[in-house]
Design a protein around this ligand. Structure first.
Ligand code: ZN
Ligand code: ZN
Length: 171
């Protein structure tokens, strides 16, 4: 969604975005049941304020065992979007007064809301994804998921070679 400054008058507008077309699809991470609520208001002729929340569920795979993991995602954000020239003094002032507000310096009086949502979603995501803290992962030798099966490395040498081949084929 592209928001044009000229559409934003003095009083605040609330946008509710329920579709997730802004989120890149095709990789192993997806976003489900996401709702973004953004309140937009005009601060002055060159500046627009955005305050929002993003809630949803992130579906991805465990870094260790590749099982699917569903986690809640929730964040709040604040942006000031301005077409004013970026000045060092102004930037310092902004950093001191509102620590959580990010100032966007725009060339054109329009805001790419999809881009902001992507940024917020990635900031809200955990760096590591684990199905559980003590996930045992996949055995590098025999390829079994160690949470549900016992390692076969010592008991069956032939089986282990087959499992590795099978894993390579699956990848
Ligand atoms: Zn796991
Ligand atoms: Zn093993």
């Amino acid at each position: 969604m592209i928001l044009l400054f000229e559409e934003i008058t003095g009083k605040s507008h609330l946008f509710t975005i329920r579709d997730t077309s802004w989120f890149p699809s095709g990789n192993e991470v997806s976003l489900l049941n996401a709702t973004a609520r953004i309140r937009v208001s005009r601060r002055d002729s060159e500046t627009v304020e955005l305050k929002g929340t993003l809630e949803g569920q992130r579906l991805s795979v465990c870094d260790r065992c590749r099982e699917q993991v569903k986690e809640a995602v929730s964040c709040e954000f604040e942006y000031l979007a301005t077409t004013r020239e970026e000045q060092v003094t102004e930037l310092r002032e902004t950093e001191c007064s509102d620590e959580d507000t990010v100032t966007l310096y725009l060339k054109e009086p329009e805001i790419d809301v999809d881009e902001l949502l992507r940024e917020q979603a990635y900031l809200a995501f955990p760096l590591k994804t684990l199905c559980s803290e003590d996930c045992k992962g996949i055995c590098a030798g025999c390829g079994v998921v160690l949470n549900s099966e016992a390692c076969r490395c010592t008991s069956n040498k032939v089986g282990s070679t087959f499992a590795i081949l099978q894993k390579l084929t699956n990848d």
